[in-house]
Design a protein around this ligand. Structure first.
Ligand code: SF4
Ligand code: SF4
Length: 376
């Protein structure tokens, strides 16, 4: 099981798609049946011994430090890493404070998911001036200091992003090249942003064509270089198609294999469901990681969707909260459909490359539920 350990709700950035949108969002928009506890402690306030006992009940327990920005609580990270022994530690961070955690801790992280949106201008546009430079310097530093785990560039994408160009830039540039990239669409998470945005036009003119070209490039790289780049949305879908899996569950793992632990110790299906007490599934003090209640998508549009078995439902939070109308959300689903179609269209070429021993079937294996949602 995977658990996002939320260390703090504080963040040291004010990104456009998170802080900026939160200023325009209103508390009462989840509807009558979802109450939100807005008075949760800002910092983790339960006994770490409880987390230890909880985690010990699952030999495969993976803990992912999460926030807010988890490195604002570097001392808590040290305490947890000094005293707990899960199978793996991971972190999702904006990267600004990676230099504050000593190499003896950083180098024990199995995976670091670092938020970066592409080139300097774009990253700084979304995340604030100077962010890119600081993050890149920190990534160079942790590499120099011996970090050998997986480093995943975690992009948030929306209208200002040219998906193809930015992903390709992250893979090959003069600053810092990533070998793992994941992207997530900022779509369906806020209550009233669709009307203000230009989402549909961007999807049609840039995102969908870009994803198709990127998929083509990805398979070209297999053909020409013999490498299967870890572009998670493509990798995850290709993995399922090659293995003939037709019954995907929520691919982020939210609600059934990848949960979150709030700062007060309550367990929720995913970090975005912070404070939604209807979805509290237990508490670290008495829960068993292997016996937590599982929550699956139970509502339209997913339950009636012909590609649910590959998509998995995209996002439990979006399905439950319905922040976008059905009409608006259908544009998101079209991106999913087109992404799957793009990968599907390349499967014969991939199979041939495997047959020709240019690449191996195992090259499509990856650590599932590591924080990459697969379906953007
Ligand atoms: S494509 Fe849309 S409707 Fe279909 S399963 Fe995915 S999120 Fe649900
Ligand atoms: S995709 Fe949705 S349910 Fe899954 S982790 Fe992200 S916000 Fe949570």
């Amino acid at each position: 099981m995977f658990f996002h350990v939320i260390l703090t709700s504080d963040c040291n950035l004010q990104c456009k798609y998170c802080f900026g949108e939160s200023l325009n969002d209103f508390e009462d928009e989840f509807g009558d049946d979802i109450e939100v506890d807005y008075d949760l402690p800002r910092k983790l306030n339960y006994d770490l011994g409880l987390l230890d006992r909880f985690c010990c009940k699952d030999l495969d327990c993976c803990l992912t430090f999460y926030g807010g920005e988890p490195l604002l609580e570097a001392e808590k990270i040290r305490q947890i890493m000094d005293n707990l022994k899960p199978k793996h530690f991971m972190i999702q961070t904006n990267g600004l404070l990676l230099d504050k955690l000593e190499p003896k801790y950083v180098n024990r992280l199995h995976t670091i998911l670092v938020s970066i949106d592409g080139r300097e201008a774009l990253t700084d546009y979304y995340r604030g001036k100077g962010t890119f430079r600081k993050v890149i310097n920190n990534l160079k530093l942790i590499k120099r200091n011996g970090f050998e785990g997986e480093l995943i560039a975690r992009m948030t994408v929306m209208e200002q992003t040219d998906i193809q160009k930015q992903v390709q830039w992250l893979l090959a540039n003069d600053e810092f090249c990533f070998s793992s990239v994941h992207w997530q669409l900022n779509a369906g998470f806020w209550g009233n942003d669709y009307q203000r945005r230009n989402f549909e036009a961007w999807v049609d003119s840039n995102y969908i064509p870009g994803v198709k070209e990127l998929t083509n490039f990805w398979v070209d790289q297999m053909e020409q270089e013999g490498v299967v780049l870890k572009l998670y949305p493509l990798l995850g879908i290709a993995n399922s198609l090659l293995n003939h899996e037709k019954n995907a569950l929520m691919r982020c793992g939210g609600g059934w294999i990848n949960y979150a632990i709030q700062t007060d110790g309550y367990i929720i299906p995913c970090p975005t469901m912070w404070g939604m007490n209807k979805y509290y599934l237990g508490h670290v003090s008495n829960g068993n990681p292997l016996k937590l209640k599982k929550i699956f998508v139970e509502d339209k549009p997913c339950v009636d969707c012909p590609i649910l078995g590959v998509c998995g439902g995209r996002c439990l939070y979006a399905n439950i909260t319905k922040r976008w109308t059905d009409e608006s959300y259908s544009k998101v689903c079209r991106t999913v459909e087109q992404l799957i179609a793009a990968v599907e269209g390349e499967v014969p070429r991939i199979q041939q490359l495997i047959k020709d021993e240019k690449i191996r079937h195992e090259d499509f294996d990856f650590v599932k539920y590591n924080g990459c949602e697969i379906i953007p």
